[in-house]
Design a protein around this ligand. Structure first.
Ligand code: HPA
Length: 277
């Protein structure tokens, strides 16, 4: 990944639309219905964007939508890139470097995740407060640091901005009467779901939810000084928590069942982020 590639991708996107968003949204598995509410939308398939990998997961559309949500300019990734599709962590995080080159300042990163915390239940929303990543590979390894502004050693202590989390949680509860959890997201590369022993280990280590995405993008966003709001939808209780087999179909079914509340949360979150200068 080089800065020239990143710049080339950003220039290609800017040539398709006059809208210049400052906020980006990444929609996780089964969480794309909000994309139909983007107005003045320019839809750019990932496969057309230079150097930007395509999605292979059928639950991920693979389109960058630039338009407005409640009159606020946004760049929405309908579908994301995962390591389990054969992407490196760098490739998963590449769109975030492009967003930086486009002048994006804030990002909402969403996912479907397994619930580890037994206080959670299917369909709950969790604002991510922190993450755990074990694996050696990272999105910034061995890179030309100019891709992310030359910032190689940087702090991760408030990456999931506590201030933004509390603002969004407060606004969403006031408007929708629904409480949001706040919790720690553990990254596991998948594509198989975890074993019950892995889930017990993650619980001991302090994780509340587990998923196969988000962390590569968040690390790149932190390096780029882009403010992050992370949202997990508990699409299933993690392996071994309930006496039940996990399936991708159940993940999709839960995401479909909460789609109205999820859309409301994205509207609230975009508005709160827009208000924070
Ligand atoms: N584990 C990992 N990733 C997931 C899960 C899970 O249980 N549910 C949705 N994504």
């Amino acid at each position: 990944m080089t800065y020239n590639q990143v710049k080339g991708s950003a220039e290609y996107i800017f040539a398709q639309t006059r809208v210049r968003p400052k906020i980006a949204v990444i929609l996780g598995s089964g969480l794309n219905p909000i994309s139909a509410e983007i107005e003045n939308a320019t839809r750019i398939p990932y496969k057309n964007i230079p150097r930007w990998n395509s999605t292979t997961n059928p639950d991920h559309e693979g389109v960058l939508i630039i338009g407005t949500l409640d009159k606020i300019p946004v760049a929405v990734m309908s579908g994301r890139l995962h390591q389990y599709e054969g992407n490196s962590m760098q490739e998963c995080a590449y769109p975030i470097a492009v967003f930086k080159a486009m002048g994006i300042e804030k990002i909402i990163i969403t996912n479907a995740a397994g619930g580890i915390n037994t206080d959670y239940k299917n369909g709950d929303f969790v604002l991510i407060s922190d993450h755990i990543k074990f694996f050696n590979e990272g999105p910034l390894t061995g890179e030309d640091a100019s891709v992310f502004g030359g910032n190689r050693f940087f702090d991760m202590s408030d990456t999931y901005s506590e201030y933004l989390r509390n603002r969004v949680a407060g606004a969403f509860e006031a408007e929708n009467g629904k409480k949001l959890h706040q919790g720690v997201y553990a990254y596991m590369p998948g594509p198989q779901f975890e074993t019950p022993a892995e889930i017990r280990m993650l619980r001991v280590l302090g994780a509340d939810v587990v998923g196969m995405s988000t962390v590569p993008e968040v690390i790149m966003a932190a390096a780029c000084n882009i403010k992050v709001l992370g949202i997990s939808v508990v699409s299933n209780m993690a392996a071994g928590v309930e006496n039940k087999k996990l399936s991708g179909a159940d993940v999709n079914e839960t995401c479909a069942s909460i789609k109205e509340d999820f859309k409301a949360l994205i509207h609230t979150a975009v508005r709160v982020l827009e208000e924070e200068k």
